[in-house]
Design a protein around this ligand. Structure first.
Ligand code: GEK
Length: 243
């Protein structure tokens, strides 16, 4: 990881603008995501463990929406051989230039290929492990089905997709409760009420959460033979789908 700067982007009152993954966000992203996603460290380290288990020799791995490479490095550190190619893809120039610096300055050389691209445009082939760690939520809902189908078709039988998402609960009361609990978690992480509410409003049109049921049904429709969640904390969950 290339930075550990403190995230204070929304600490003072600012005009409402949609959230973007620009240089300002990239500079504080490690701190931002670890204080904003409950269980982030656990999910990242389990992605490494799962990648080691399911990465087959000669296959490709994909970290789609890799940001600064949290999941990319977890996979590279855990996989016990180097007979694979790990494609780390993100369309944010700010994220990718920081990730390139981390990869270039890493003490060990890993088979990581960086690609600044929209994940809807790239080709997925011969994949044993595909990771979407809190990325699908930023993709236009109308494009999500085609993306899942493309991922499924590009995977080896026996491969896994790890899909982590902020989720919505079908029951409005339960949904409101989990959002409240999440906001208390953020306060405990040092974010003020102003920061929480300004960030929430900036993400409103940008991050579109769906229910676990909607995710599971889309994955099954795409062809995956088995889907379930392995982690949930408040309104954040991580699922595994088997091809
Ligand atoms: C982690 N996975 O640390 N194509 C490519 N990248 C995209 C697209 C797109 N269409 N849309 C958004 N992104 C990471 C964390 S962050 C999650 C992922 C968060 C990228 C975007 O640029 C950003 O870097 C990432 O998806 C989402 O494990 O900030 O909540």
């Amino acid at each position: 990881m290339s930075t550990d700067k403190h995230d204070s982007i929304y600490a003072t009152q600012r005009p409402r603008e949609d959230f973007v993954f620009d240089e300002k966000v990239a500079a504080v992203f490690t701190d931002m995501i670890s204080r904003s996603v409950p269980g982030y460290a656990t999910i990242i380290s389990m992605i490494g463990v799962l990648a080691n288990r399911y990465c087959s020799k000669g296959s490709n791995l994909y970290d789609l929406g890799c940001s600064l490479g949290g999941a990319t490095f977890a996979m590279a550190h855990h996989i016990e051989h180097k007979d694979y190619q790990l494609f780390a893809v993100d369309n944010s120039a700010a994220m990718m230039s920081r990730l390139k610096k981390s990869v270039d300055s890493s003490e060990e050389t890993y088979p990581i290929v960086l690609s600044q691209a929209d994940i809807s445009d790239i080709e997925i082939r011969d994949a044993s492990v595909v990771v979407l760690n809190f990325t699908l939520q930023f993709i236009d809902p109308a494009q999500r089905e085609a993306l899942m189908r493309k991922i499924y078709l590009g995977m080896r039988p026996g491969g896994i997709l790890i899909l982590s998402e902020k989720i919505r609960l079908a029951d409005d009361d339960l949904n409101a409760l989990l959002i409240d609990m999440y906001h208390q978690f953020k306060e405990a992480q040092g974010y003020s009420k102003l920061e929480i509410s300004q960030k929430r409003s900036a993400l409103e049109n940008v991050l579109i959460p769906e229910t676990l049921a909607a995710h599971k049904s889309r994955l099954l429709n795409a062809g995956f033979r088995s889907v379930d969640s392995w982690f949930q904390c408040f309104n954040f969950a991580s699922m595994i789908a088997f091809k």
